[in-house]
Design a protein around this ligand. Sequence first.
Ligand code: ADP
Length: 203
Amino acid sequence: MSKSPENIHTTFDQLLKRSDKEELLQQHSLCVWFTGLSGSGKTTIAKGVELELHKLGYLTQVLDGDNIRSGINNNLGFSEGDRLENIRRIAEVTKLYLNTGIITLNCFVSPTIDVRDLARDIITTEDFIEVYVNAPFSVCEQRDVKGLYKKARAGEIKNFTGLDAPFEAPSNASLEIKTDKMTIAESVQAVVNMLLPKIELKN
Ligand code: ADP
């Protein structure tokens, strides 16, 4: 498929700008990209951050792996190609939110540097705030929030991140949260504190 089909005429330049929407919402939009093992705490923290920001008057949208895979990406599997397409679509959807002035809280295992680089390239480095939600494999396995570790151990899930597929830790995330050492409330607060100066609208 061509990247710029000749019969497609985009109208981005004729629409209201992102800055107009940000002005209306009185916030600067950006994408918080939570990466980490399944069960490390991405969704729990994102939900807490959303609640805190909501109370402070900020408009957010949580984008979560399971929700996206059951909806817009329900035709994608876990092959290499499908994993990349999954992330590409997520990143494009994220851009639509950012252009509407909305802060997105993205919860995706996104286990490799390549996959996160793809998302960062589409979303742009400026708008991409990486948060490494870090808990040891053994802790995530013990939590086994969705029963996936048990299934993976039983061989019912192949290429399970941390078991028979690698997790490449980010080397320069904006924030690292060790969820085996912090409470949920402390973890949420750490993200909120990091974000507040970045989402404040500067005139
Ligand atoms: P993920 O979205 O990364 O797959 P979840 O948020 O679904 O993970 O699950 C994380 C689990 O870890 C939850 O049961 C949560 O209560 C627990 N947990 C314990 N401490 C923390 C913490 N500091 N931050 C986030 N989750 C935590």
